[in-house]
Design a protein around this ligand. Structure first.
Ligand SMILES: [Zn+2]
Length: 83
């Protein structure tokens, strides 16, 4: 028998290998779907200190902006190669 987990948000039971399993600050949390995980993260954000959150948002946005820049750069280069 495989292990069963309970979704922290909606209580749905799901088998190991399905759903989302995360280790957050040393605590394991389980979600049966991305939707439930997103719900959890939306609440989590509200509990985070505003100053800490501000810095975290800044770093995360920066990380993805840099990734996007790379993607755009690659697209531009491959377009140049075609011409
Ligand atoms: Zn759920």
């Amino acid at each position: 028998m495989s292990r069963k987990y309970e979704c922290l948000v909606c209580g749905r039971i799901f088998p190991e290998g399905q759903g989302i399993k995360l280790n957050l600050a040393g605590r394991e949390v389980y979600f049966h779907s991305k939707r439930c995980a997103l719900k959890f993260f939306k609440s989590l954000v509200l509990y985070i200190d505003q100053k800490v959150l501000e810095q975290a948002v800044k770093s995360t946005v920066k990380e993805y902006e840099e990734k996007l820049k790379e993607i755009h750069e690659k697209t531009r280069k491959s377009l140049e190669r075609i011409q």
